[in-house]
Design a protein around this ligand. Structure first.
Ligand code: 8SE
Length: 114
């Protein structure tokens, strides 16, 4: 990723809401696993995106989601924040309230900067 810089990194389980089964499902293959989730800023295109990779060996990308101007970011609980993109609802189950606070500060910064 050319000249993108990380403005925050936290640990969270990345989840998607499955409308058909009405259940939260972990993003990526197999069981819910902790991921390292970044918000990257691309200064040349002035864009931000959420990128997360599994902590385990395969480093599978479990989220790669642009942050859209005007997007509503909902802090359902101190440890679980969520937002909608055109196709689905993303949820981050943070490993700590502190990680939740760190992420929400960076997300708010990004949304304010767009
Ligand atoms: C207007 C609008 O889109 N509204 C959205 C929210 C929203 C508002 C404004 C802007 C964007 C968004 Cl996204 C909306 O209402 N949605 C989004 C889909 C979600 C699904 C289920 C129901 C079930 C209840 C609630 C929920 O998810 N909640 C409660 C805390 C709870 C915490 C942990 C996560 C972890 C996995 C699951 C669990 O515990 O097993 N879980 C939870 O169970 C977690 N909810 C929601 O939250 C629902």
């Amino acid at each position: 990723m050319s000249c993108e810089s990380s403005i925050c990194q936290v640990r969270a389980t990345v989840m998607l809401y499955d409308d058909s089964s009405k259940r939260w499902v972990p993003s990526g293959s197999d069981s819910p696993a902790l991921s390292r989730v970044h918000i990257y800023h691309n200064p040349s295109t002035h864009t931000f995106r959420v990128v997360g990779r599994k902590l385990q060996a395969d480093q599978q990308v479990v989220i790669n989601c642009p942050i859209i101007k005007g997007m509503k970011y909902n802090q359902a609980t101190p440890n679980f924040h969520q937002w909608r993109d055109p196709k689905q609802v993303w949820g981050l189950n943070f490993s700590s309230k502190e990680d939740g606070a760190t992420f929400s500060k960076a997300m708010t910064y990004a949304l304010d900067a767009l």
